[in-house]
Design a binder for this molecule. Structure first.
Ligand code: FES
Length: 152
């Protein structure tokens, strides 16, 4: 049985009906066509699905959409300002903070939160905060460099 759900995603309001078991990740990708948020593991291990719920970082594969009635969701599609990339997106491009790019939306969402929440004072602190975002290509050094540039 489907249940009603109201959400704001990247500033846009949605009224939907969803199965109670639908994850926030599947809702974003399949119901709203916001495919920037990636499904890596689907069980909380990789961070590819990272979004913000009311500004807080969340693994969207681990939470049910219905838990977020009335909440404000931000995805990677909501970071840029029109044609103007977010400074963290520009820093990832400049420092080659990716190879295949699959983990990048989640990395960037965590990277922005890392700076905003004040966990970017040292390389060690950055690596600790970013430890839930796995990159199979091993672009970690460049990801840290991108975060350090935005922080400074
Ligand atoms: Fe959510 Fe991997 S897809 S943590």
């Amino acid at each position: 049985e489907q249940v009603p759900l109201s959400l704001k995603v990247n500033g846009k309001k949605y009224k939907l009906k969803v199965e109670p078991r639908t994850t926030l990740l599947d809702l974003l990708r399949e119901n709203l066509n916001l495919n920037g948020t990636k499904k890596g593991c689907d069980y909380g291990q990789c961070g590819a699905c990272t979004v913000y719920v009311d500004g807080q970082r969340v693994n969207s594969c681990l939470s049910f959409a219905v838990m977020h009635d009335g909440k404000e969701i931000t995805t990677i599609e909501g970071l840029a300002d029109g044609d103007q990339l977010h400074p963290m997106q520009e820093a990832f491009v400049k420092h080659d903070g990716f190879q295949c790019g699959y983990c990048t939306p989640g990395q960037i969402m965590s990277a922005v939160a890392c700076v905003r929440e004040g966990h970017a004072d040292s390389e060690g602190e950055i690596r600790e905060y970013m430890s839930g975002n796995i990159c199979r290509c091993g672009a970690y050094t460049n990801i840290v460099a991108a975060i350090q540039e935005v922080k400074n």
